[in-house]
Design a protein. Structure first.
Length: 164
């Protein structure tokens, strides 16, 4: 029995030490941001809350890291998902995108959400509260369309402005 206990302790150490030292996707668990999601966008509080609940863990600097995200190799898989999600779109840096980039991102958001490819099914298994209801989908789609229209009008107005 003592041998099994010692082996269990050694196994836990072998799992814990690498997860504390090795981060193949960089410092994704760095300092969390207090910046509001979609800063600079014309989004109402309902839409913002949906994005916070369903998108923020992977697509912002406001990731909530559960205990199991600190144990290798699971930690590496989760860090990879967050790294990839932020690489596609980081809602904490929305105001840093150009208007053209925002239009492209809004188009992608609309397609992914409408086709229920986001949030990812494997994420929803552990975070069922992130599932988008039909009402959520309707709100996101209405916002996406309105925001794209607003941004396109702004882009068009700037292109018509004569250069000084």
């Amino acid at each position: 029995m003592r041998l099994i206990l010692k082996l269990a302790v050694v196994a836990m150490a072998l799992l814990t030490i690498p997860s504390a030292i090795i981060h193949p996707y960089g410092p994704v668990k760095g300092t969390p941001s207090d910046a509001p999601l979609l800063s600079g966008a014309d989004a109402n509080s309902d839409v913002t809350r949906i994005f916070e609940r369903s998108c923020g863990n992977c697509h912002s600097d406001r990731t909530e890291w559960p205990w199991y995200s600190y144990v290798a190799p699971l930690s590496w898989m989760i860090e990879n998902d967050v790294h990839s999600g932020r690489g596609h779109m980081n809602l904490s840096h929305w105001d840093g995108y150009t208007e053209e980039q925002k239009v492209d991102l809004l188009t992608k958001i609309g397609v992914e959400v409408r086709n229920r490819r986001m949030p990812l099914p494997q994420y929803l298994r552990l975070h069922p509260q992130a599932r988008l209801s039909n009402d959520d989908l309707a709100r996101i789609n209405a916002w996406v369309q309105g925001e794209r229209r607003r941004l396109r009008a702004s882009i068009q107005a700037k292109s018509k402005t004569p250069a000084d």
